[in-house]
Every structure is written in structure tokens, then in C-alpha cells.
Design a protein around this ligand. Structure first.
Ligand code: ZN
Length: 63
């Protein structure tokens, strides 16, 4: 399974100027760099969440 996590906005400055971060061994999967605030960060999934059961909470505000 190849879980891809592609950020669309920088989590620090909110810009969209994101590029794959290249380390000494080339681009590492899941690592990105923002060329606006010059930060490099990593996007990784922690766990898979269970989808909440529909119709049990009733807090959706449907009319
Ligand atoms: Zn940024």
C-alpha cells in the first residue's frame, strides 16, 4: 500500500509554494519544503480512523 499524503498548503505560513524536499539521497517520500517560509516538513499518517456511524449522533443540523 502506497499511502500518499500531498499537502496543498504550508502548515506554517499557509502558502501553496510546496515542493518535494530533496535530501542528500534525493527526494524522500512524504517530505516537503515550503519555498515561501523556507521550512521543510514531513507528512505522515499516524493511524487509520474508524468512520463514525451515520445517524447515531444527530448533530448534523439537517432540516
Ligand atoms: Zn511556508
Amino acid at each position: 500500500m502506497n499511502a500518499r499524503a500531498v499537502p496543498y498548503h504550508c502548515p506554517y505560513c499557509g502558502d501553496e509554494n510546496l515542493w518535494p524536499h530533496e535530501g542528500p539521497e534525493g527526494s524522500v517520500h512524504g517530505e516537503w519544503e515550503c519555498r515561501s517560509c523556507l521550512r521543510a516538513f514531513k507528512v505522515s499518517m499516524i493511524k487509520q480512523l474508524q468512520r463514525p456511524a451515520l445517524g447515531s449522533a444527530g448533530s448534523g443540523g439537517t432540516r
